[in-house]
Structures are given as structure tokens and as C-alpha cells.
Unconditional design. Structure first.
Length: 501
């Protein structure tokens, strides 16, 4: 009964005029961003964070969440029509979706993606509503030692799931932790690692880091790799799958939803991992694996369901534990902090309107995606044909205005430019920036909980091993670390990521 009353509270919140409007803006903007290759949800949310300053916390988070799961849907449109995934988790969709488009089945492929995304998003929202409260209750029992160990586990898990070499992933995490320490030590009042720049005495604003590394870094990389796009068809017809199609896609949608819901919780990019895992699973269980890569509808239904389910269950650790499972969730935590809300289990008890309003808005957003996006296919097709060199100047100006508005300081714009150059260098060196952003967000929190735990234990470092939950998480982190450092596992991991590319 308590869950029903909480969902009713969320429904009352999400169905207000302005929250519905911001939800619709978020999913439409997210779809548009997903459609435009090279602009992912991370870069977009980073660029739009300054816009949310003037919004109520519930409306701001509803819009940002809509951008995230809307982009998961929008990425499938370009993957199917242009063979150019707009979002990394849509890479697999292109394998069979584009082949279906070449065979004149683009409408059926797009409808399959829409149906799978809606079903998976609905189920994942229900799971979020069911499992979030008990997890939050468990998290309320956490002390500083448990939180520190949980963050260590999260960073190690992000290394496991990061692309590229393990050395690069570890290096990016350490760089993020170091950047998070810049500013004034809250305990001693000592200014550290500022190199004489008073502008960063309060620390580096994470919006600047995110917008530079993900926004500007992506823009520079896309300008270098801009290519001519061949659209299969200016008009898409046959948006209703046949009865045979429905029979074939039902089981893959269910399997993808279950797989994505589980993997989405993992740190480091669960939605993307879920789409690849779903495709592999469908190919394994299929009676006709030779059809995959040649227009198999299962190759669209499974991954699309998995990435949408993964995108929404990734909110579970963010909302209940205050731990980001991917860069987008790190940005969501940043948005909450900017709105004066402390992320963690207390959100559910202290901000029930925000918590349940956000959950219910996800279901409404998925309904918007299903109802609005198929009729708007023609608009998305025209957007794809816009040359990127016409888009990037407007994006650059928007980024500069957004960063300048943080503190009305030109120094922040220069700092964003520096991080933009770093983001481009990271791309050239095949260093995925996601672990760096997670380290940057978690670093100050890790330091705070480490100090609290040591203070309570009077300097006894064994406190992390004496507390059962803390010890369990550290053991899991150690096992994960030992596993990925094993030569055989490391080789398999590299082969898996080569297959994804």
C-alpha cells in the first residue's frame, strides 16, 4: 500500500502542466540529440546544466532524465536509416537495422525499436519503483566506512567496463581524483593544487569539466571525422510490424529487458554493455544465427530493449546510494547538488515529491516517445541531413554562454577550452573520459568519508575490514581487480571491446 500511495504522489507531481511540459521537452530534445551523430546525452546534459539553474529541482531532473532516455531511443533512428549510430549504445542496432532499411523495411525496424524501448522502459520504471525503497533503507544503515568502500567498488567496476587499456582507465580515474581535490580543504582551510589561481580556490566546477571533455572534445573529434551521410529513404512507410514480426520480436524484447535491467545498475556504462550483451545472447539462442547482420529483426528488438532498460535502471544507485553508475548519472548528481539537494538515501525521505515524481515521469516520458516519435520520423530524417559544420558554431556559442553564466567569469570559459583540448587528446590516445568524470565526482566524497571513518575509529584503518558490509565490498573490489589483471581475462576483455568497435 505504501508503494501505491508513493506512486500516487509521483503521479500528482508528474502530471502538473509544467512538469509534463519539461518531460516532453526533455524526451524530444533527447531524441533530437540521439538523432544527430556525435552529440550524445552526456555532452547535451553537460551543456544544458546552466539552463536548469532557474528551474524547480523536480522539473530540472525530469527534463534531464528525459534527455537521457530520449537519446537512447533517438540513436536508433540514425543507426537504422544512415548506419551511423547517434549514441554509443545504438552501435549494435545498426548491424541489422540498416540492413532492414536497405531491404525496404525501415519502418518496421523503427517500429520495433519504438515498441522494444517502450516496453523495456515501462518494466525498468516498475523495477525502479519496487527496488529503490528497500535499497534506500539499506543505505540508511551505511556509515562512513561503508560509503568509502562502496565508492572504491564503484571506481574498480568502472575500470572493468571502460573501453581501451586497463592502464588508461586507471590513469583516468587517478586524474579525476586529483582534479576533485583542487580547491580548499574543508577541514584545515588550506588551499591546495590551485597553482596560484584564485578562481579555483573553491574547486573546479564539474560543469566546466564535463562540458569541456564531453562537449568540446566531441565537437573537435566530430569535425575531424565528419563524413557524408547516405540516407536510405527520405520517406519511411510501413510503420506497423507484421504479425510474424511481433512473434519474432516478443521473446528478444523480454530477454533484452531483463538483461538490460540487471546490467544498467553496474558502474561504467551499463546501457551500452547491455545492448552488446543482448545482441550476443540473441545470436546464441537463435535457430538461424546466420541471419544476424543481414536484417534479423531480433538484432534490433533485443539491443534496443536492453539499452533503454539499462538507461533507466542506472537511476537506482544514483537515487538510493548517491553513487553515479555512468557519466550521465554523475551529471544528474551534480544537478541535484546545484539545486541544494544532497544525493543519497535521504532523498527518498526528505524529498519524496522529487523522488517519486521523477520515477513516474519516466513512464510518462516513455509514452511520449512512443506516441510522438514515430509520426516525427520525417523531421528526424531532415535533421540527419544537416551538415555538422553548420551545427558546431551554434553549439560552441551555447557552451561558452552556459559556462560564463556559472560565475560570470571569462576564466571559466578558458578553463572549459583547456578541458576541451584535453578531451580531444583523450580521444586520440584512446582514453575513455568516463572514469575520469566518475573519479572527479566521487573523489571529494571518498575523501570526506575516509576522514570521517578514520576519525570515528581514532585512526584505526582496520575499521574498513571490521565492518561486515564494508569488508564485503572491499573483497568484491579486490576480486574484480585480480580478475581483470589476470592475463587470460584481460585478453578476452580486449577482444570483446575490439568486436564492439
Amino acid at each position: 500500500m505504501e508503494t501505491i500511495s508513493n506512486l500516487w504522489l509521483g503521479l500528482e507531481t508528474a502530471l502538473t502542466f509544467w512538469n509534463l511540459a519539461y518531460c516532453m521537452i526533455g524526451v524530444l530534445l533527447g531524441t533530437a540529440i540521439g538523432v544527430l551523430p556525435g552529440l550524445g546525452p552526456t555532452a547535451t546534459i553537460a551543456m544544458l546544466l546552466p539552463v536548469t539553474f532557474g528551474l524547480p529541482p523536480v522539473s530540472a531532473l525530469i527534463m534531464l532524465a528525459g534527455i537521457y532516455y530520449g537519446a537512447q531511443y533517438g540513436g536508433s533512428t540514425t543507426a537504422i536509416l544512415v548506419n551511423l549510430p547517434g549514441e554509443s549504445s545504438s552501435v549494435v542496432t545498426a548491424l541489422d537495422g540498416y540492413q532492414m532499411a536497405r531491404q525496404g523495411k525501415a519502418g518496421r525496424a523503427l517500429a520495433t525499436a519504438a515498441i522494444g524501448s517502450f516496453f523495456a522502459g515501462t518494466v525498468a520504471t516498475v523495477l525502479l519503483a519496487v527496488f529503490a525503497p528497500p535499497l534506500a533503507d539499506l543505505a540508511l544503515q551505511f556509515g562512513p566506512a561503508e560509503y568509502f568502500s562502496l565508492m572504491v567498488l564503484g571506481l574498480i567496476a568502472s575500470v572493468v567496463l571502460a573501453h581501451g587499456s586497463l592502464l588508461h582507465a586507471f590513469g583516468m580515474i587517478i586524474l579525476g581524483l586529483i582534479l576533485g581535490l583542487v580547491g580548499t580543504d574543508v577541514n584545515s582551510g588550506t588551499v591546495r593544487y590551485t597553482f596560484g589561481f584564485a578562481e579555483v580556490s573553491d574547486g573546479i566546477n564539474f560543469v566546466i569539466v564535463a562540458m569541456g571533455v564531453f562537449g568540446l572534445g566531441e565537437i573537435i573529434g566530430n569535425l575531424e571525422n565528419e563524413s557524408t551521410r547516405t540516407i536510405m529513404s527520405k520517406t519511411v512507410t510501413g510503420l506497423m510490424p507484421t504479425r510474424e514480426d511481433v512473434k519474432r520480436l516478443a521473446a528478444p524484447v523480454l530477454r533484452g529487458t531483463v538483461l538490460g535491467s540487471m546490467l544498467g545498475i553496474l558502474p561504467g556504462g551499463g546501457a551500452m554493455l547491455a545492448s552488446f550483451a543482448a545482441y550476443t545472447l540473441e545470436k546464441k539462442v537463435s535457430k538461424h544465427p546466420e541471419q544476424f547482420g543481414n536484417g534479423a529483426i531480433e538484432g534490433v528488438a533485443g539491443p534496443e530493449s536492453a539499452n533503454n532498460a539499462g538507461a533507466q535502471t542506472s537511476f537506482i544507485p544514483m537515487l538510493t546510494l548517491g553513487i553515479p553508475s555512468n557519466p550521465v548519472m554523475a551529471l544528474m548528481i551534480g544537478a541535484m547538488i546545484m539545486q541544494g539537494i544532497q544525493p543519497g538515501p535521504s532523498v527518498m525521505t526528505e524529498q519524496p515529491v522529487l523522488f517519486w515524481g521523477l520515477i513516474v515521469s519516466m513512464w510518462i516520458g516513455n509514452l511520449f516517445l512512443l506516441v510522438l516519435n514515430l509520426p516525427l520520423i520525417g523531421l528526424w530524417v531532415r535533421m540527419i541531413s544537416v551538415p555538422y559544420h553548420f551545427l558546431y558554431p551554434a553549439i560552441l556559442v551555447f557552451c561558452a554562454i552556459g559556462v560564463f553564466s556559472l560565475n560570470n567569469a571569462t576564466f571559466d570559459v578558458y578553463l572549459m577550452a583547456i578541458f576541451g583540448c584535453l578531451g580531444y587528446i583523450f580521444r586520440k590516445l584512446d582514453c575513455e573520459p568516463a572514469p575520469m568524470l566518475l573519479g572527479f565526482i566521487l573523489g571529494p566524497m571518498m575523501e570526506e568519508h575516509l576522514r570521517r571513518a578514520m576519525l570515528i575509529a581514532k585512526g584505526d584503518a582496520t575499521v574498513f575490514l571490521n565492518r561486515p558490509i564494508s569488508a564485503t565490498m572491499l573483497i568484491i573490489a579486490l576480486v574484480l581487480l585480480a580478475t581483470i589483471l589476470a592475463p587470460a581475462v584481460r585478453q578476452k576483455r580486449e577482444e570483446a571491446f575490439q568486436e564492439e568497435g
